[in-house]
Design a protein around this ligand. Structure first.
Ligand SMILES: Nc1nc2c(c(=O)[nH]1)N[C@H]1C(S)=C(S)[C@@H](COP(=O)(O)O)O[C@H]1N2
Ligand SMILES: [Mo]
Length: 429
């Protein structure tokens, strides 16, 4: 089969995965490489590919079996990893998901983005407690065992840091989809609906807001309106079929579907019900946006409709003209994705992409569209529309509405420029 996928040129060793580079190195080093080079040259089926002409790895017993006990990806996938942004702050605060290397909609647990305000605490689940108090009839202190006896709920949701793509307000900064959009991931989450626990403690009529507090050294706290807490919020203990990873809040995190990531408090230890917002540091000095009129937007809960083409995308190179599949992801904090349009000429003409799989509310949806590259410069863009009718804006439209002093909630259309050389870069079209 012909491999038309664009190849990454950034990571060390990446070109070796390209068919041509692979062939070019055909005479080289390992026995395995020689064996497979013999298999590939003909585009047509060939006798040379029939027994006894089989690759080296068919001639000896394989390894595996509990080595290691918790399985790992193929060593040939060693460059598919979380990464710090291209411009690293003195003190790293986040790692990003390699969106350009992933398929479908679920982020593997080891590649889920991380954002920590004071690192990752190591918590023994037997010692962890969740306290629920404040304006309630029956304050509670729950162990993990107590909590896990309540009826569970499992659902797929994305999580996005509201600082995702923030550098794009200014100039095209990140090289890859990982750099620009990698503070976004999507999992199947399992936990107890927060509404179940709030019913259990009995919120008093004057109770209108919740304070959620994390058990990290940042004691990260945010205020959450009771309507959001009662709607679809989850007390999550499992992710993609296994217990939460430490980085994602083990043993317990809050998950507020569709809401800016920082409110999904990890290592959750306390919920206090009050009658007004608590105005913590993370909702006054941070997580507010300065508007053109000099006022600050606060409590910007929902993540707006957004999308990005992940293949072909920045940092990759198209090695020849011909057929490619344009593929990417779309999501909205307000519900389901209704449609995604794709442009290959910088937004002059649009075609509707195909949406794959079951389209779920507040989850990532994959879109794709075949495209024949004629070797001329092209600008690839995607524009998502959600079920409320909200249309992902261009960068210019976003700036016209929000000014240039914002940091959070950038959801502008992403442009990837394909040069005649086939190289793909991040541009502001
Ligand atoms: N306790 C605690 N909760 C936290 C944070 C934190 O630093 N401490 N970071 C927040 C931010 S800013 C985001 S975007 C999400 C990131 O979740 P993740 O690391 O599981 O991707 O967690 C939020 N919850
Ligand atoms: Mo965040």
């Amino acid at each position: 089969m012909k491999n038309n996928k664009p190849q990454e040129t950034t990571g060390p060793g990446a070109p070796a995965s390209g068919r041509r580079a692979f062939l070019a190195r055909g005479a080289a080093v390992s026995a395995a490489a020689v064996a497979s080079a013999k298999l590939i040259p003909a585009a047509q089926a060939s006798e040379a590919n029939l027994p006894p002409n089989v690759p080296a790895w068919m001639k000896t017993q394989g390894g595996g079996f509990l080595n290691p006990p918790y399985g790992l990806p193929s060593p040939f996938e060693k460059n598919v990893v979380r990464k710090l942004p291209a411009t690293v702050a003195a003190f790293p605060t986040a790692t990003r998901t390699p969106l350009q290397n992933l398929f479908g909609t679920i982020t593997p647990n080891g590649l889920f983005f991380e954002r920590h305000h004071a690192g990752v605490p190591v918590i023994n689940p037997d010692e962890h407690r969740l306290m629920v108090h404040g304006l309630v009839e029956r304050p509670l202190l729950l162990t993990m065992n107590d909590l896990m006896r309540y009826p569970s709920f499992t659902r797929i949701y994305f999580l996005e840091c509201s600082g995702n793509s923030a550098a794009e307000w200014n100039k095209p900064t990140g090289k890859t989809a990982q750099d620009v959009h990698g503070l976004l991931s999507c999992s199947e989450w399992t936990g107890v609906p927060l509404s179940t626990i709030l019913d259990e403690v009995g919120v008093k009529p004057e109770g209108k807001w919740l304070l959620a507090e994390g058990a990290d050294a940042a004691a990260m706290t945010r205020s959450i309106p009771l309507e959001i807490a009662m709607k679809d919020a989850l007390l999550v203990y499992a992710q993609n079929g296994e217990r939460l990873r430490p980085e994602q809040g083990y043993p317990l995190r809050l998950l507020l579907p569709g809401i800016e990531g920082n409110m999904s408090i990890k290592w959750l230890r306390r919920l206090k019900i009050g009658n007004q917002p608590f105005y913590t540091r993370e909702e006054t000095s941070k997580y507010t946006d300065l508007m053109p009129d000099g006022k600050a937007r606060e409590f910007t809960f929902e993540m707006d409709v957004k999308s990005v083409i992940t293949t072909p995308s920045g940092g990759q190179t198209l090695r020849e003209k011909g057929l490619y599949e344009i593929s990417g992801i779309a999501w909205s904090g307000r519900g389901k994705i209704r449609s995604v349009d794709v442009s290959v000429d910088g937004g002059r003409n649009w075609r509707e992409a195909v949406l794959q799989g079951a389209i779920q509310s507040k989850a990532v949806t994959r879109f794709c569209l075949p495209w024949r590259w004629n070797g001329e410069p092209a600008i690839l863009q995607s524009r998502a529309i959600d079920e409320t009718g909200a249309v992902q804006p261009t960068r210019q439209q976003l700036i016209a509405a929000r000014g240039t002093k914002s940091f959070y909630h950038y959801n502008g259309i992403q442009s990837w420029k394909v040069a005649t050389s086939g190289e793909i870069t991040n541009v502001h079209a």
